[in-house]
Write a protein that binds this ligand. Structure first.
Ligand code: DHB
Ligand code: FE
Length: 313
């Protein structure tokens, strides 16, 4: 069966994409940002996921105020980079996984989460920047990617609890897929940010660090944060953080924090990044993994495992 083994949560600031595309990653402003992803790039290269479910929000590139799906599921074979005003980013076309996506759609919709099925869609910085941070500038993205856009642009966004429950339904869907696939789920956007108005540039470090801590230890507490609290405490676009709860809901109740990075400022926002892994299963599943099945992480990633939890900044 397919299995979600880890989550990657990361901000998707568009200026990061521009810094990569324009060769500025070693400039003094940007070098500390990209250094914060050295561990993550190695971690994901060792893990070699087959599929990423990438939870993000579209920023008026594929959808507009004419059509606003609360939750959508990218079922196409390919998703080209969107033109966000300066031409499409020079990044590979995203290759989807139509079979798994259709299976997820069926499972999740029959589980009473009515996702909008999307068979044609361009993908913007919300999706491409996290891929660039984790994989650099490859000719092709190294795995299949299923985009899952969430409305956090137009009020009302879904609640944190609804997002968390969707994560659980996604997990159930993945685990009922017949093929052995290693799946990683990305939750993107956040952290503190307010892009406009008199409070533009607002950063609330203690809100962010509490969110990161609780994401590991008590995500259910985060599911009770109301919309207005995100906006008041951490800025109008901090509501993007509800998407991190989809990724968290798809993991076990107890997880291992593998890595954390927090950096201010990035553009005029706080950049947050955390990697969580499900703990190795005891009993039959673990024995099977140890026996050298396709999913034996010990064989694939001895260094990342030995390194244990890492923190930067
Ligand atoms: C910016 C835009 C975003 O969508 C985001 O998530 C963070 C920052 C920006 O324009 O700086
Ligand atoms: Fe955004």
């Amino acid at each position: 069966m397919a299995r979600i083994v880890a989550s990657v949560n990361v901000s998707h600031v568009p200026a990061i994409g521009a810094a990569i595309d324009l060769g500025k990653t070693q400039q003094p402003y940007w070098a500390p940002v990209f250094k914060g992803f050295d561990f993550s790039r190695k971690w994901i290269a060792d893990l070699k996921p087959d599929v990423i479910i990438l939870v993000y929000n579209d920023h008026g590139s594929a959808f507009s105020l004419e059509i606003i799906p609360t939750f959508a599921l990218g079922c196409a074979a390919e998703f080209p980079p969107a033109d966000e005003g300066w031409g499409p980013r020079p990044v590979p076309v995203v290759k989807g996984h139509p079979e798994l996506a259709s299976h997820i759609g069926q499972s999740v919709i029959l589980d009473e989460f009515d996702l909008t099925i999307v068979n044609k869609m361009d993908v913007d910085h919300g999706l491409t920047v996290p891929l660039s941070l984790m994989f650099g500038q490859p000719r092709e993205w190294p795995c299949r990617i299923i985009p899952l856009p969430v409305n956090v642009v137009q009020y009302p966004p879904p609640t944190g609890n609804r997002c968390f429950q969707l994560g659980k339904a996604l997990r159930k869907a993945v685990e009922s897929y017949h093929e052995d696939l290693r799946v990683v789920i990305f939750g993107t956007g956040g952290m503190s940010h307010q892009l406009q108005g008199p409070r533009a540039g607002l950063i609330n470090r203690s809100f962010d660090s509490n969110f990161l801590d609780k994401l590991v230890t008590d995500p259910v507490a985060l599911t009770r944060i109301p919309f207005l609290e995100y906006v008041r405490e951490a800025g109008s676009e901090a509501i993007e953080l509800v998407m991190w709860l989809i990724a968290r809901g798809a993991l076990d109740a107890k997880v291992r924090e593998v890595y954390r990075f927090y950096h201010v400022p990035t553009s005029n926002t706080a950049l947050g990044h955390i990697i969580l892994e499900n703990l190795p299963k005891s009993g039959g599943a673990a024995r099977k993994a140890r026996a050298g099945g396709a999913k034996s992480r010990a064989a694939r990633a001895p260094k990342a495992r030995a390194a244990g939890k890492r923190r930067a900044a």
